[in-house]
Design a protein around this ligand. Structure first.
Ligand code: OAD
Length: 253
């Protein structure tokens, strides 16, 4: 069985008929803003600009937190220079028109929230808060950022052990999983956007979706085709510009 393909016009029609839309977003949503993804042609697992196994692996961090902080320094300064993409902004408009819309994101870049989406569940955490790996003391993300100006690795002022931002590493539990599961089950339309659907448990959300699923992703996805799952192998911003035109929605800058 192969995927049923879907056009922007058909996606617009499905959105018109849905109320409880759940979006599962991945790194492909932010590539147009200049943030590299993981498994796309310029992804971190392909270019090896950083070693993702070492950077995002909890035992690796405890052995040596410097590779993660080398990534973080570059990542945070990149975030300071970029803007949300058309698709991020389209999703803000979607929530404005359909207030039950929720976004379950695997992204740690905070771009949905910056664009103005409100019902966002960052399943892989974010840089908003941090904790000491020794004594568990909590820190604000802004405090950690300030420490990065004069420390290669921010350390706890109580016990001296490395502080880790609350982004989810391999070897740690994802956040908001119970909410994500029940939202997926109760959805009448799920959009899986810019994600290769290869990392569990986020990748299982389309499998347990209560209604139809529309995947928009350039390149392969890890989910097996089944009835009610549609795929557009398309560039996200181009696809949703057409969807917005079909719906006659204006999307704010
Ligand atoms: P991936 O890099 O695995 O998948 C992103 C997908 O988006 C790829 O298939 C790209 O081809 C596609 N893509 C990129 N730009 C696009 C565009 N403009 N339009 C359409 N498609 C585009 O990223 P995720 O699925 O988000 O976890 O990866 C999941 C998790 O793997 C990440 O959250 C991260 C990583 O290891 C942790 O760090 C815990």
């Amino acid at each position: 069985m192969s995927y049923q393909s879907i056009t922007p016009g058909e996606c617009a029609a499905k959105l018109s008929g849905a109320d409880r839309v759940v979006v599962v977003s991945g790194a492909g949503l932010s590539t147009a803003a200049g943030v590299p993804d993981f498994r796309g042609p310029k992804g971190l697992y392909v270019t090896r600009a950083y070693d993702p196994e070492q950077v995002f692996e909890i035992h690796g961090f405890d052995r040596d937190p410097r590779p993660f902080y080398a990534f973080t320094r570059d990542f945070l300064s990149l975030l300071g220079t970029i803007r949300p993409t058309f698709t991020h902004r389209f999703l803000v408009e979607l929530e404005r028109r359909k207030p039950e819309t929720t976004i379950i994101t695997q992204n740690i870049d905070g771009m949905h929230q910056r664009a103005g989406s409100r019902r966002v569940y960052p399943m892989h955490g974010d840089y908003e808060t941090a904790h000491c790996r020794g004594c568990g003391r909590g820190y604000e993300g802004s405090e950690v950022e300030a420490m990065l100006e004069h420390q290669e690795v921010p350390t706890c002022d109580r016990c001296g052990v490395a502080i880790k931002p609350d982004v989810v590493f391999f070897g740690e539990n994802v956040r908001h999983f119970n909410e994500a599961q029940s939202l997926a089950g109760a959805s009448d339309l799920m959009l899986a956007l810019g994600t290769s659907l290869t990392v569990y448990p986020a990748a299982m959300l389309p499998e347990i979706a209560g209604g139809e699923v529309v995947i928009v992703n350039q390149g392969e996805v890890g989910m097996r085709p089944r009835p009610g799952v549609f795929l557009a192998d398309a560039n996200l911003d181009e696809f949703f510009q057409s969807v917005a035109a079909e719906l006659d929605w204006s999307v704010e800058e």
